[in-house]
Design a protein around this ligand. Structure first.
Ligand SMILES: Cc1cc2nc3c(=O)[nH]c(=O)nc-3n(C[C@H](O)[C@H](O)[C@H](O)COP(=O)(O)OP(=O)(O)OC[C@H]3O[C@@H](n4cnc5c(N)ncnc54)[C@H](O)[C@@H]3O)c2cc1C
Length: 553
């Protein structure tokens, strides 16, 4: 890893290590390790490192049921679960831990974490969770469900942000956590083959031992699974450098609703033999089958990594910094992440951590470079830093000196998502917008909520309107932390946000997918013809509609 000991005097301030070495990275516990305990409250809650919920409120009891929040009725074509069904699954999966049975007995407490999401936004009514260990088990489960008209929800790490991974009614949860083996890694081609249930961070740590890197990184890496990542076509922090999963995933192994297994763990980069079916599973959100294995191209891990964190005084300066970074850092630029001043203040207020820079600034940017030659990278970075300081594009900044500080700076970005949930809830919009206008949506929405009297006072229901995200990919996360989910606020948000984005030819979901929350609004980003084709695809793969119903399209 490179350091910047050769920075010019005017930039020494930038390179001064002002960050505390005792960094602790935010992690999400796998859903089944979180235990929601006592009675109702609207108090903030987050599980601590042990998975215990602070302050003793019982989020599970306070989360409204998705079925009540959204205008959706249980489809009567699906069968009701019976004890006979459960018996079949118990015999099939054998071990007791593979079946969480709330049909023949009360298992509310054990099932609740699979029924609800970490944002306290979505909550289902499932009474059965299955944890298969092999693709054959998945195949038998799906075939049985298909034959008996039992609806299912595939579930990975349950870190998704659009309500895709939890049931709406009584769909059976098929959780992939027991399919967690790394199958092979070829350090010449860089192809990793792994079970879908491998945790992203586990895969990346494994690859680190082989001098390689997973081509995707995101704040939920400690809990999300690579099958979930592929199913959501997650973008994350490295897309700028390594591109999307549509390019990096070389093959998948997936089980169709009728039990057929698609065996396509290809290790080939080139294969022009017909339609590329795996692409439908990438971003398919569990609506056409269950991914059980993935083969993926993993780049070499860069030995020289630098991370800098800047303060900037306007969004115009942010755009200039991005242009300069692309021009001057070009092939070594691996991340360009934007955080507005409000998100950084929230991270400070919620965690109490000392921020890398003093004072309040309207914008902050985190830049990462990754290259193979430390001297070469430092030289380039030095020239870039000199330029952005001298031309006053950047007003202040720090450059990490070691791995601890790199992680510390990253935590200012990666910690945002979790901190925003501190007050009770967050409305989240994950938007692709042409860069020139990207931040304007935050200002416009803030004005709108302030004018409506919902924001601006000590006890206002809306805490703030903030923007952060993957500037390098023209992807902003428009977030509205609130004291509680409230129809009054929602009426001002939707469809206003989607109309705003549509007018700029943006996308209403850049990387988080559709789930249940964006399903009604897909028409803002796709034409009727495209929607028709999507429905045909769904009907071809899943004619009985048992896969993740009520969501997506
Ligand atoms: C702190 C934080 C930061 C995040 N940052 C990012 C980010 O930068 N970029 C980004 O894109 N997302 C981000 N996310 C969202 C989330 O982590 C991703 O969507 C992730 O890819 C979901 O993986 P998962 O295993 O948790 O899937 P889940 O949440 O369990 O499931 C997501 C969807 O995929 C389906 N699914 C899961 N596994 C399978 C499978 N094996 N086969 C078929 N379908 C399946 C589910 O049915 C559901 O529809 C973030 C989330 C958090 C909490």
């Amino acid at each position: 890893m490179a350091t910047s000991s050769r920075l010019v005097t005017s930039l020494r301030r930038i390179s001064t290590p002002r960050v505390a070495p005792s960094f602790q990275r935010f992690r999400f516990r796998p859903a089944n390790q979180i235990r929601w305990i006592t009675a109702a409250s609207s108090e903030p809650h987050q599980p601590d490192a042990d998975g215990t919920v602070k302050g003793a409120p019982a989020p599970a009891k306070t989360i409204a049921f998705t079925s009540e929040k959204y205008d959706v009725q249980r489809d009567s074509k699906y069968a009701q679960l019976s004890e006979d069904h459960v018996k079949y699954f118990q015999e099939l999966l054998g071990s007791e831990s593979a079946v969480v049975d709330g049909v023949s007995k009360d298992a509310t407490e054990d099932i609740e974490p699979f029924n609800s999401d970490w944002m306290r936004k979505y909550r289902g009514h499932t009474k059965l969770v299955l944890k298969p260990q092999t693709k054959e088990e998945v195949s038998k489960i799906l075939k049985y469900c298909n034959d008996n008209m039992l609806a299912v929800v595939p579930q990975g790490g349950n870190t998704g942000l659009v309500g895709g991974s939890v049931p709406v009614f009584d769909e059976i949860v098929i959780n992939l956590q027991k399919m967690n083996k790394i199958r092979s890694f070829d350090d010449v081609s860089g192809v990793l083959v792994a079970d879908a249930g491998v945790i992203l961070e586990v895969a990346d740590n494994f690859l680190a031992e082989h001098n390689a890197i997973f081509p995707l990184d995101l704040g939920a890496k400690g809990s999300c699974q690579i099958g979930g990542n592929v199913s959501t076509n997650a973008g994350g922090l490295r897309l700028l450098r390594y591109g999307s999963l549509h390019g990096n995933v070389l093959g998948i192994e997936a089980v169709l609703p009728d039990g057929r297994i698609i065996e396509d763990l290809s290790k080939l980069r080139k294969n022009n033999t017909g339609y590329d079916l795996k692409q439908l599973f990438i971003g398919g959100e569990g609506t056409i089958g269950i991914i059980t294995g993935v083969s993926i191209l993993c780049p070499q891990r860069s030995p020289a990594v630098n991370v800098a964190y800047f303060a900037l005084e306007s969004y115009e300066q942010v755009q200039k910094a991005f242009k300069e970074a692309k021009g001057q850092l070009s092939e070594i630029l691996s991340a360009f992440e934007l955080m507005d001043g409000r998100t950084q203040r929230i991270v400070h207020d919620v965690t109490g951590k000392k921020m890398p820079l003093d004072g309040d600034h309207p914008f902050y940017v985190l830049i990462e470079t990754s290259g193979s030659n430390a001297d070469h990278d430092s030289e380039k970075l030095q020239a870039f830093l000199e330029h952005v300081m001298e031309t006053e594009i950047v007003s202040d900044g720090v450059l990490a000196q070691d791995q601890t500080q790199i992680q510390e700076l990253w935590s200012c970005r990666e910690g945002v998502t979790e901190c925003l949930g501190h007050w009770g809830g967050t409305y989240k919009y994950d938007l692709s917008i042409p860069i020139a206008e990207m931040y304007q949506v935050v200002n416009d929405l803030r004005d709108r909520l302030t004018e409506a009297g919902l924001l601006g006072k000590e006890d206002s229901p809306v805490i703030d309107v903030v923007g952060y995200g993957h500037m390098g990919d023209a992807n902003i996360h428009l977030n509205i932390p609130v004291r509680g989910y409230d129809k009054k606020i929602e009426k001002l948000l939707e469809p206003w946000v989607f109309e705003w984005v549509q007018k700029r030819n943006g996308s209403i979901s850049a990387e988080h997918g559709l789930g249940i929350s964006k399903k009604p609004f897909i028409g803002y980003s796709r034409t009727e013809t495209m929607l028709g084709l999507m429905r045909q695809i769904k009907d071809t793969y899943d004619p009985n509609g048992i896969m993740n119903p009520y969501k997506y399209i």
